[in-house]
Design a binder for this molecule. Structure first.
Ligand code: NDP
Ligand code: PYR
Ligand code: MG
Length: 649
């Protein structure tokens, strides 16, 4: 495995990542590259070797690297050393060619190919004897008796009865062979999304302390206060473009899982790469540990986080501020930060505070809103009319509920050319205390106030349905089984085709199952859920429920922001993402009752979303990558990470 490093080969003690010169000056230097030849072969079998015989290959590798870097999202990929401020003199430092070999190469998940190293690579890289004789291919080959790694992995995964064991096997693969992990995930996305993502990732977070084997992501706890910048510098990659960060306080609908929430940023970023094509080395999962109020975890001997109650108020704000400042200082203006699974008392404030200074978005508030709006736009093909013809009722008035409500209102206002305040009147929310009405206004959290309409108090959901008579019912309560038979029947009595979304995750928290929605509505419900449900047969007809999950949006949205060098997220971009996703639903999908296209096409879908988001960013003057590429879909596709192996010869 050839990799390039600007450091002197004499100091080059380990395996370096595939770094390349990226500025034009660096490229000029690289073009006149003189590879330093080493006569010493010490350490051949353990790691780095520098040798003249690879000069030609190095030149080829450089060319390949340049192509790869050119197409990497963000265009202007940062120099590995951070700012591109090196002087000409510094480039006089000889480049070394480091060749990770032997045992080290097999233990390096970024470059390991396992049995797919062919005989020539095994000879060239001191792998003889370290692998059994069989040579595998990553993908299915036409010739007989070839082991096929993806097929074998799927075969093994399917032997596990428990989803958590499949999850652990996938995490293990990610640690061993990153390209194979992504290849398997991309090729079997429908089957494996429930494994690496909801619902299984929820169970994984609950048991993270017990199943923890190797650290994933970066942990920043109260102990690191005052030195967060230093901690960030410990992360081995420099070219970070997207961070997913949680403080673990509201993990799916499972509540406060403290430091064990790390499974969520890890899972979300795996989807950034698999579904959105962002380079894995550009992704950084982070968990902020300020303690947990989860007594079970605090008393669990295997808990991996700080054993204290959550820090709040100024202590919390100061840590977050140091974190946000350090991120910008280290990675610059265009680093994308996705807030994930914060409790709502922090989520809205963080978004408001940093939305004007950083490239941030909150996936639970904004990503969810975008995916639900897409489903509602698509549903008009099944029910007829326009969004403004509907009345919406939510169970749950937190991040997801009020986030979705606001984006629907913005879309209606846009479509009907009316003020957003007017559009909001079509939308009602129920929280744990009942319908949100004006008489409660004083005691409401700020994000609920816009939804406090004139109405007498209503306590139960069924009563709210009977009073408001909604055409759309959306569950964002985080509490399972709230859409009872009575609730679904009430919706089906009022509407010929009731639209019912049970968005809470994981499956155990879903407001109802797909089978319940179809059965209790006599097959008339148009249904989607946050976690996947299998198709349902009802009276001889098969209903395929859609998955209304922000996983449809954030990978494409993120790709669009990065590839255009956008510096701020704007609501118009969320609307553009919704419209792009809705436009990808085909007549065949509609025939099955689907409001979302299948995940099997997700990379194509993400490219479309990315293109629309980027186009909007250019239109709003928020994109800095100039000139604007002519064909944004093609450009998005060209930016996408490929999980196929590269030849190391
Ligand atoms: N499908 C998807 O893509 C997504 C799904 N979600 C899911 O949505 C759920 C909620 O997340 P989020 O909005 O961030 O959580 P929040 O904690 O911000 O909001 C939860 C809301 O539900 C209300 N609530 C809780 N219990 C009840 C009840 N028994 N009856 C009525 N209302 C109730 C709360 O009321 P009160 O305000 O009075 O406490 C609150 O308004 C989670 O399960 C999450 O997994 C979230 C994001 C994306
Ligand atoms: C999907 C998601 O982001 C959530 O349930 O929190
Ligand atoms: Mg979330």
């Amino acid at each position: 495995m050839i990799s390039l490093s600007r450091t002197s080969f004499l100091n080059n003690a380990g395996v370096s990542e595939l770094y390349s010169p990226v500025s034009s000056r660096q490229r000029r230097y690289a073009a006149s590259l003189k590879v330093v030849a080493s006569t010493s072969r010490a350490g051949d079998r353990n790691g780095t070797v520098v040798m003249e015989s690879v000069v030609k290959e190095t030149r080829e590798a450089l060319a390949a690297v340049e192509v790869e870097q050119e197409s990497a999202v963000g265009g202007g990929v940062q120099d590995v050393y951070g700012e591109d401020t090196a002087t000409e003199d510094q480039y006089v430092t000889p480049w070394s060619v480091s060749v990770a070999s032997g045992y080290t190469l097999l233990r390096d998940p970024h470059h390991n190919k396992g049995l797919a190293f062919n005989d020539k690579e095994r000879d060239a890289h001191y792998l003889r004897g370290l692998l059994p004789p069989a040579v595998a291919s990553q993908e299915l080959q036409t010739y007989a008796f070839s082991t096929h790694q993806v097929k074998k992995m799927m075969h093994n995964l399917r032997q596990y009865q428990l989803p958590l064991h499949k999850y652990m096997a996938m995490m293990d693969l990610q640690e061993r062979n990153q390209k194979l992990f992504y290849k398997v995930l991309i090729d079997h996305v429908e089957e494996l999304l429930p494994v690496v993502y909801t619902p299984t990732v929820g169970e994984a977070c609950q048991k993270y302390g017990s199943i923890y084997m190797r650290p994933q992501g970066l942990y920043i706890s109260l102990k690191e206060k005052g030195k967060i910048l230093e901690v960030l510098r410990n992360w081995p990659e420099r070219n970070i473009q997207v961070i997913v960060v949680t403080d673990g306080e509201r993990i799916l609908g499972l509540g406060d899982l403290g430091c064990q929430g790390m499974g969520i940023p890890v899972g979300k970023l795996a989807l950034y790469t698999a579904l959105g094509g962002v380079q894995p080395s550009a992704c950084l999962p982070i968990t902020i540990d300020v303690g947990t109020n989860n007594e079970t975890l605090l008393n669990d001997e295997f808990y991996i986080g700080l054993r204290q109650k959550r820090a709040t108020g100024q202590e919390y704000a100061e840590l977050m501020h140091e974190f946000m400042s350090a991120i910008k200082q280290l990675y610059g203006e265009k680093i994308l930060i996705q807030f994930e699974d914060f409790a709502n008392h922090n989520a809205f404030d963080l978004l408001a505070k940093y939305g004007t200074t950083h490239l941030v978005f909150n996936d639970d508030i904004q990503g969810t809103a975008s995916v639900v709006l897409a489903g509602l736009i698509a549903s008009q093909k099944l029910v007829g009319g326009t969004l403004s013809d509907h009345k919406f009722l939510f169970l749950g008035a937190g991040e997801a509920g009020t986030g979705i409500a606001e984006l629907i209102a913005l879309e209606i206002a846009k479509q009907t050319n009316t003020p957003v305040e007017e559009a909001r009147k079509k939308i009602w929310l129920v929280d744990s205390k009942g319908l949100i009405v004006s008489s409660r206004k004083e005691s409401l959290q700020h994000f609920k106030k816009p939804w406090a309409h004139e109405h007498e108090p209503v306590k139960t959901l069924v009563d709210a349905i009977n009073n408001i008579k909604p055409t759309v019912l959306i569950g964002t309560s985080g509490v399972g089984r709230q859409f009872t038979k009575e609730v679904v029947e009430a919706m089906a009595t009022i509407n010929e085709k009731p639209i019912i979304f049970a968005l809470s995750n994981p499956t155990s928290q879903s407001e109802c199952t797909a089978a319940e929605a179809y059965t209790w509505s006599q097959g008339r419900a148009i249904f989607a859920s946050g976690s996947p449900f299998p198709p349902v047969e009802y009276e001889g007809k098969v209903f395929v429920p859609g998955q209304a999950n922000n996983a449809y949006i954030f990978p494409g949205l993120g790709l669009g922001l990065l590839m255009s060098g956008t510096i701020r997220v704007h609501d118009e971009m969320l609307l553009a993402a919704s419209e792009a996703l809705a436009s990808q639903v085909t007549p065949e999908d509609f025939k099955k009752g689907l409001l979302y296209p299948p995940f099997t096409n997700i990379r194509k879908i993400s490219a479309h979303i990315a293109a629309k988001v980027a186009a909007k960013a250019y239109e709003l003057g928020l994109a800095t990558r100039l000139p604007q590429p002519k064909d944004l879909v093609k450009y998005a596709e060209s930016c996408m990470y490929s999980p196929s192996y590269r030849s190391y010869r």
